[in-house]
Design a protein around this ligand. Structure first.
Ligand code: FE2
Ligand code: FE2
Length: 213
């Protein structure tokens, strides 16, 4: 999409995700997540294998706004992404028009609505599959330590509880999510991110036990 359109759409989005704190993310986290997913689709549109033609406007706007439905989950300056999860795809598809209709055709709007509606279920188009993978892979890797540390602090978990959770539950969950990715390319990136994440946790454990002395 054009630079000015991107700036305008980002500013409208930022207004919706300001002055609140997200569980496992911190202050104004959702806007940052949405920008990350846009950055990832910029890369993916050049790297995924597909014979279908990609509508870049549809892809990029859907990526930037896929979680717009979450704005309705902000209450008294807080948002719990795990509680409000259900239905934000449908809610987002209903309200997307008011943000983007100045910049898209009727047909593009319908495609964007469909991508948002299906981003946690079965995407129907190549743009939908790319957005879904970008969103899922954004939760892989060392960057996720930010959210995990936040989560641990908010739930009064000890350091050792957090490590136990990572090795006993999170790694399997990541592996399960990896299998559901739509493209081989994104699976490879997710695999590398998980490997780096495991190494980072191992290093943290090693230093906490003074093993590097
Ligand atoms: Fe979502
Ligand atoms: Fe998301």
């Amino acid at each position: 999409m054009e630079k000015e359109v991107e700036e305008e759409l980002k500013s409208r989005l930022k207004d919706e995700f300001s002055n609140y704190t997200e569980i496992a993310g911190g202050k104004n986290y959702r806007y940052r997540h949405l920008k990350t997913v846009l950055e990832i689709v910029h890369k993916l549109k050049q790297n995924v294998e597909t014979s279908e033609e990609i509508d870049e406007n549809v892809l990029e706007i859907a990526a930037l706004y896929h979680d717009i439905g979450r704005k309705e989950d902000i209450e008294d300056g807080e948002m719990d992404p795990f509680e409000g999860h259900e239905g934000h795809d449908e809610r987002g598809a209903k309200i997307i028009e008011e943000y983007v209709s100045d910049f898209v055709t009727e047909d593009q709007l319908k495609k964007i609505q469909r991508i948002i509606r299906n981003h946690h279920s079965e995407p129907q188009t190549v743009e939908g599959k790319i957005v879904q993978d970008a969103d899922k892979v954004s939760n892989f890797g060392v960057n996720n330590l930010w959210r995990q540390i936040h989560y641990a602090a908010e739930h009064e978990r000890t350091f050792d509880d957090s490590l136990e959770y990572f090795w006993d539950s999170a790694v399997d969950r990541y592996r399960g999510q990896m299998k559901k990715l739509n493209f081989d390319y994104t699976k490879k990136v997710a695999e590398k991110r998980l490997e780096r994440h495991k190494q980072a946790i191992e290093r943290i454990e090693m230093e906490m036990d003074g093993e590097d002395f």
